[in-house]
Design a protein around this ligand. Structure first.
Ligand SMILES: N[C@@H](CCC(=O)N[C@@H](CS)C(=O)NCC(=O)O)C(=O)O
Length: 131
């Protein structure tokens, strides 16, 4: 039977030998502190912040809904920003969400387009935007 020590050694070997695994398990260290701070500021400094991509149909739906409610969202199109992919990586680290749109209201993570649409259907979005 394998002892705990042997198991730990095995895990360590796998971790060392397979850089892809290491990369997968260490997303936290991939984003610079500078980009992380910038992303946190984007979330904190705007009542409504949307990380978007200009060609993304879900993002269009989100922007359309927010516009219809006069939410005055601050939108960053990640595909047209030089550091867009870094911001996307920071958002993944902060929220666990990889996709766009990535929506924040009052500094809180709302989620993607389906989450925003659901909030609206439940009648909760307007209240959130008023607070
Ligand atoms: N269920 C998600 C779907 C979002 C989605 O699939 N977005 C695509 C772009 S249209 C995406 O983020 N793909 C990965 C990427 O662009 O990095 C939502 O409602 O927001």
């Amino acid at each position: 039977m394998m002892t705990l020590l042997q198991l730990l050694v095995l895990v360590y070997i796998i971790y060392k030998v397979f850089p892809i695994l290491r990369r997968f398990f260490s997303t936290g260290t991939m984003v610079s502190e500078q980009v992380l701070s910038k992303t946190k500021a984007l979330i904190k400094d705007h009542k409504v912040f949307v990380a978007s991509k200009s060609y993304c149909p879900y993002c269009s739906q989100t922007k359309k809904l927010l516009e219809s409610l006069n939410a005055n969202a601050f939108v960053v199109e990640l595909d047209t920003e030089p550091d867009g992919s870094d911001i996307q990586a920071a958002l993944l680290e902060l929220t666990g969400q990889r996709t766009v749109p990535n929506v924040f209201i009052n500094g809180e993570h709302v989620g993607g387009n389906s989450d925003l649409q659901a909030l609206n259907s439940e009648g909760k979005l307007k209240t959130l935007l008023k607070n």
